[in-house]
Design a protein around this ligand. Sequence first.
Ligand code: HEM
Length: 350
Amino acid sequence: MAMAVTSTSTCASLCCPAPRPPALPSLLNPAPALLFFCPSPFGCRNRKVSSHCHGSGIRASLSNPTPGPEERIDVSRRQALLAALAFTVPSSHFFQRKGDFQALAVDDEKTKIDLIQYELKKVLTKGKSAGVLRLAFHDAGTFDSSDNSGGMNGSILFELERPESAGLQRPIKVLQKVKRELDLAFPVSWADLIAVAGAAAVAECDGPVIPVKLGRLDSSGPDPEGKMPEETLSASDLKQAFQSKGFTTQELVVLSGAHTIGNKGFGNPNLFDNSYFQILLQKPWKISGPDDGMTSMIGLATDRALADDEECLKWLKVYAADQGRFFTDFATVYTKLVNTGARWGPSLQA
Ligand code: HEM
C-alpha cells in the first residue's frame, strides 16, 4: 500500500495524535526537549513510520522505506537514551501520559545533567580527559573583564584554526558524538557541554567531583583574538593576564594545577592529584627523555615561572602539602571559570 503522509501536527490516521514534533537535530540548532514514544501497534517503533509520525512537517511515503537525510531520526538511539533515563531518574520525572500517548519531557536540569553524564561516560576515557579539560579552559579563557568579551560560550568551535588551539580538534570530535546523541533528546549548548565535560574529565582522572549548572548560551562567532595566555609569559605577566579575566594569583595557581594531567611530566598523566605542585617544588626540573638519555624540562615555562615567584610559590606549597585543599579550591575555581563570561538562558540567570 502506497500511502503519502504529510505530517504537520498529527498522524492520527496512522497511529496516534502527535503533538508538535521535535525538530531535527543539528550542530548548533538542537532539537526541543521532547521525545515521543508511541505505543501504537501500527509500527511507531519502526524507524521509518516514527519519523513520519514525529518528524517536523516531513512529507514522506510509506511505500518508500528509505527516509530522506533529514528524516533520519534514530529512534533506536532515542529509545536507548530513554531506557538509560529510566535507570538514572525516577519515572515521575519524565513520563507524562497524554491520552494513549507517552511523552518524555526532558525539561529539568537534574535529568539533563544525568543524561549528559551518561553520554559522556560512553566516550570519555582517562586518556582523552586531559584534552577535554584543556578545551574547557580554551573556551572560557578568552574572557576579558575590561569589555566583558569572550568567556564560556562555545566560541572555541570557531577558533580551532588559531595556533593556541592546536590539538583541540580531538576533544571536540569526542564531544561531537555526545552532542549528536543529546540533541535527540533536548537542546544542549556547546558551552554547557564543554563545561560539564571538563568537570567529567577531572572526575574521570580521580579528581574532585564538580557540579556544573546548565543554561549557557552559545556564541554565534569567535571571541576576539590574542586573549589566551601564551606559554612564554613570566609570572607577573601571567598574574596580570589572569587578573584581566577576574582571577586572583591563588586562582591562577590552583587552575594551573590542571597540568597535573596530560604529558608534561607531572607524575601519572591520567591521575588528577597534587603531584604538579610537589614536582614544581623540586629543582632541578628535569625529566628523563625516551631511551636516548636526553633530558627535557618538566612542564611549560609558565608552570616553572610560578615556582620562581614568591606569591605563587606560597600557594604551590599549600597545594603540595594538602591535596584535599587543592581539590576543594580547584572545584570552586573551575566553577568560576566555566561561569565566566557566560550569557545565560532566560530561566537560568548566573
Ligand atoms: C596558565 C596559563 C596556561 C598556559 C600558558 C597553558 C598552556 C598549555 C599548553 C601550551 C599546553 C600543551 C598543549 C599541547 O600538548 O600541545 C597545555 C596543556 C594543558 N592545559 Fe594548559 N595552559 C594554561 C592554563 C591551563 C588551565 C587554567 C587549564 C585548565 C583549567 C589547563 C589545562 C590543560 C591541560 C589539561 C593540558 C594537557 C592537555 C593534553 O595533554 O592533551 N591549562 N596548556
